[in-house]
Design a protein around this ligand. Structure first.
Ligand code: CA
Ligand code: CA
Ligand code: CA
Ligand code: CA
Length: 415
């Protein structure tokens, strides 16, 4: 906000362009933008998927400036043309992952890696998931409330049929999430000229409904789809508010469950493509029970609130903590399997590897702590340049990330 040109008493809010000072005034064919704590704990970072040039991942330096770390993070994708994009934590490790569609190019599901200090991503898209299509909006949501996220691709049938697609991305205890395609019935719209899409709960039954808009190359009506599976599953919808009572875009909402760990949602109204998403954190719980909810605002303030059984299947509003004492819950909170309560009253990962006696069996004695769980493997020694695989049964080459020749050539050409 431009303070001198604004007069709030008269309702004048003037904005000035600070892109240059912030370090984000790059020249590109911009398409998709998402804003939220991607690399930071609570500060808003920015991811842009671009056309005819590399993507940007602007890390928030916390002082009004940003640094583009797309190259070292491995998300540049310089040869593709991005469209719809969304943020989610698919493997529930507390780190934000990025999914986006490329126009008639391979779609990406970038998982943020947790095995080193550098913030890097790897593409875990399966062959079917990445299959090129004329994609527009990309939505991440738990449509059937079974506590696993789905990814919806809205494709535009501008040169022949191009059906919309839906993939379930299921967390696995040890290993990358499993990706399976689901049958979406009428919502496939093979002849649909889809341009945008959004989810919200129109009828208040606790299940997300899908709205798809069409146009551009032919006039078609709006369609609204209701999900017909999962109506017996539990759910929770959380609406965080700012100190002024507005929807708290950029906030992070974490729900802890008895059996399935921590589910994270980022309130990002701008994800998708050519459309806006609801500023609500929607959680499908399956048969599980949510025990605690934490909300983190972009300024670092947070609130923890224990959940009762009566809170399930409801819409909860969480207000900004005006006083310090509101930040810590008055009663004891329950974090569920794999988590313990920290000194500040927040749920935190339990380091099972420090427990005595060891949590690992004698035949697999090497313990590695993970977010919400732990891993045990055999004590395998490997030659230099190799490391034991996850099970400790074999030695595998250490993963080395390199820029390929072609990325560098493109970079030179563009500059
Ligand atoms: Ca993650
Ligand atoms: Ca689901
Ligand atoms: Ca509904
Ligand atoms: Ca752990």
């Amino acid at each position: 906000m431009d303070e001198t040109a604004s007069d709030l008493s008269k309702g004048i809010v003037a904005l000035s362009n600070v892109a240059e000072q912030a370090g984000v005034n790059k020249f590109t064919g911009g398409r998709g933008v998402v804003v939220g704590p991607i690399l930071s704990h609570t500060l808003p970072d920015i991811f842009c998927d671009n056309e005819y040039s590399s993507n940007f991942l602007f890390r928030n330096n916390g002082n009004g400036t940003f640094t583009d770390v797309a190259a070292q993070a491995g998300v540049e994708d310089p040869m593709q043309h991005g469209r719809g994009v969304a943020l989610a934590d698919f493997n529930r490790d507390g780190r934000t992952d990025i999914v986006y569609g490329n126009w008639n190019g391979p779609h990406r599901l970038f998982l943020q890696l947790s095995n080193n200090r550098k913030q890097r991503f790897k593409d875990i898209a399966s062959q079917k998931f990445s299959m090129p299509s004329p994609v527009r909006t990309v939505i991440v949501a738990d449509f059937d409330n079974d506590n696993e996220l789905e990814v919806f691709f809205n494709n535009i049938a501008y040169r022949g049929a191009s059906a919309n697609r839906l993939f379930r991305v299921s967390r696995r205890e040890h290993g990358d999430p499993q990706i399976e395609e689901l049958n979406i019935g009428e919502a496939a719209e093979p002849e649909g000229r889809g341009t945008g899409a959004a989810v919200t709960d129109f009828d208040g039954d606790g299940q997300l409904d899908l709205l798809v808009t069409h146009g551009e190359s032919a006039a078609q009506p709006v369609s609204v789809y209701r999900v017909i599976q999962g109506s017996s599953n539990r759910w929770l919808r959380v609406i965080p508010r700012t100190q002024f009572g507005a929807f708290a875009r950029g906030a992070k909402v974490v729900v802890y469950t008895k059996r399935n760990g921590a589910h994270t949602r980022i309130i990002d109204g701008g994800s998708g493509y050519l459309c806006e998403m609801e500023p609500v954190a929607h959680f499908g719980l399956g048969k599980d029970v949510a025990t605690n909810v934490e909300v983190y605002w972009p300024d670092g303030r947070s609130v923890a609130r224990p959940l009762e059984l009566s809170d399930l299947n409801t819409v909860l509003e969480i207000f900004y903590p005006m006083a310090e004492e509101e930040e810590t819950p008055a009663v004891e909170i329950e974090c569920g399997h794999g988590f313990i309560v920290s000194e500040n009253g927040r749920c935190t990962d339990q380091d099972e590897c420090t427990q005595f006696p060891s949590v690992c069996p004698p035949e697999r004695p090497v313990c590695t702590n993970t977010y919400g769980s732990f891993k045990c493997r055999a004590n395998k020694r490997c030659n230099q340049g190799y490391e034991p695989n996850d099970e400790g049964t074999a030695c595998v080459g250490r993963k080395v990330f390199q820029l390929s020749c072609c990325c560098e050539i493109l970079w030179i050409t563009l500059n």
